[in-house]
Design a protein. Structure first.
Lengths: 353, 353
């Protein structure tokens, strides 16, 4: 835990989120979902998608850019697929509903694919894909996001870091939970380097002329570098084509940032569930997964490496620690949260920083 | 075109492949498919997956490690999903059949997901995903492969470069066809650098101790670097868990290389089709795709960049050129192909190198 963080019990943090959300008109059952998704990010060590975002959500609702009450409408459905319209509501509410629907369809058809349009930022993608795990299903999710990456060879941001998450049940002590952006790093890491006056590694970002840079200031004026060069660009583009274009949401440069209070943002995403039972007996599958997990974990290690982790395993360990000792929240974020509660006149049980 | 290549009409090359395959017992309709998939790789500039591989296929068949006649068996099916057993046959035959089945299921259920087990190397993944395009569907494919990448932090190869392809119809002059491995580069590029005595860029590979290296010889004794570090590792792992473990195929270190004539290789893959019509009117979709494609292509360009390409566009241009002027085949590969034909006593119309 970094020194400038405070440990707060998860339920205290969730309760604060719920009260704040309800105060601006979010129905209690929906506030419950949004608080759970949001605090889960902080618990898993993904603070960039946690309570840090709450004030932005609230400000969008207050500005009339986001619906406090998320009302989902079924636009189309055919067998294993459904298209939902979130009608400007919360991505978290739409996301949970969409994955539940995908799981239901997968139970019947082996696979279920639910697309959502006109939503907003949904937090961490892994929250939704992990919902499939107790059902002995694979969960897959992808969302578009406001642009921060250039096309390969371009200089201006035309694609979001468009995350993709895949959660795969293993039947072991830990599941496989991949949750990755298409960029090498998040912009937050570059901001942090800029704040400390440090250089950034070559390969993280491009300057405004599209050249690789080690200068965080130049990087912040430029774009984030995609993983694997043209590969990450391709990945971000296919996610935008599916989550943005196909669903009927905003895409590319037309998708507003969460922090842009001048216009609505119509975020799109897709959720898929795949039932293991459609392809294998559970016991056979678990036996084979054990063998795969063992090979990976028991790989000979490079110098200085103590342990080989599965995707999402480090986040899972952080979550356990947060459950035990409290959720680490940066002092600055805690102060903002308290200020937000005060501004709304909501009594919260949060400690002073 | 490189100087050490010969241009051969596509149909001449396909005919040579068909005759060679039929000679070792592949039924004519199957030889037709395998030749088409294989030559398509060379046409698209992916020579590493083209006729270069034919002798390995033939040698596996001759060694009794691969079935000349691919007989597919439906193991399970539920609504939108099917599991096929290729019973040791050709990946190309199983792949084409699987994608056709996925398209059929998608027409009915909106999405179709077909998994294949006990197959072999299927060539370029893009061949199958592009099959969905004329049906106004999105095609998705992923396959596992013999290990060449380490787990993140590991030193030995435990995962294949496990390709993922996504083809998205645009209704424009060019579609989006992503086909990417989970490694930064293919091993062939490192072999080429080693042959020329050149260094390789840092980031391409790790040495046998798991350290980044610029020495191609050390790299060939080590492993290929995954794109985005832990991200590419995660991507390769989820593909192996789905294509290998879930389907009931070999996985990780248990999957033999195409060139290992001591044992069978049971390759697994998954094919998915998503019907655009399940989510959008075609005309609306095409109008929106046009706008996305325009934004991407008209991005301001970095110095020295003449043009912004969509994923797969360069390969599509190479294919057009190969259609016009002939398929570029490396002299060495052409000689091997002629030697293979001679060895089998098959008359082929291939030019001498």
């Amino acid at each position: 835990m970094a020194e400038n963080t405070v440990l707060i019990p998860a339920e205290v943090l969730r309760e604060a989120c719920r009260r704040i959300l309800e105060k601006v008109g979010v129905p209690p059952d929906q506030a419950h979902i949004i608080a759970d998704v949001t605090v889960e990010a902080d618990m898993r060590g993904v603070g960039s998608h946690g309570v840090l975002r709450l004030s932005a959500y609230v400000h969008r609702v207050q500005a009339g850019l986001m619906a406090a009450n998320t009302q989902l409408r079924v636009v189309r459905e055919r067998g294993a697929t459904v298209l939902l319209d979130a009608q400007g509501g919360f991505g978290q509410v739409a996301g949970v509903h969409a994955m539940n629907l995908a799981i239901e369809r997968a139970r019947q058809h082996g696979v279920g694919l639910v697309a959502v349009r006109n939503a907003n930022h949904f937090g961490i993608a892994a929250y939704y894909t992990m919902m499939a795990l107790p059902h002995r299903m694979v969960g897959i999710a992808a969302s578009n996001a406001a642009p921060s990456m250039a096309a390969w060879g371009g200089t201006t941001a035309v694609l979001g870091t468009n995350p993709v998450s895949v959660a795969i049940p293993t039947g072991q002590d830990v599941d496989i939970v991949l949750d990755m952006a298409s960029s090498v790093v998040a912009r937050g890491k570059i901001r942090a380097a800029a704040a400390k006056g440090e250089r950034i590694p070559l390969g993280w970002a491009l300057d405004a002329e599209g050249r690789p840079t080690e200068d965080p200031q130049a990087a912040l004026k430029g774009t984030l570098a995609p993983i694997g060069g043209p590969k990450g660009y391709g990945l971000a583009l296919v996610v935008d084509a599916l989550a943005g274009v196909l669903t009927g949401s905003d895409y590319s440069i037309y998708l507003a940032s969460l922090h842009d209070l001048s216009r609505r943002a119509s975020v799109g995403f897709v959720m898929q569930a795949v039932d293991v039972a459609a392809f294998s007996e559970w016991e056979t599958y678990v036996e084979r997964m054990r063998s795969l997990v063992d090979v990976i974990r028991n790989s000979p290690r490079a110098p200085g490496v103590d342990r080989i982790y599965l995707p999402g395993e480090i986040e899972g360990l952080k979550r356990q620690e947060a459950e035990r000792s409290g959720v680490p929240v940066a002092v600055k974020v805690l102060e903002e949260l308290r200020a937000l509660a005060a501004e709304l006149g909501v009594p919260v049980d949060l400690p002073a920083a």
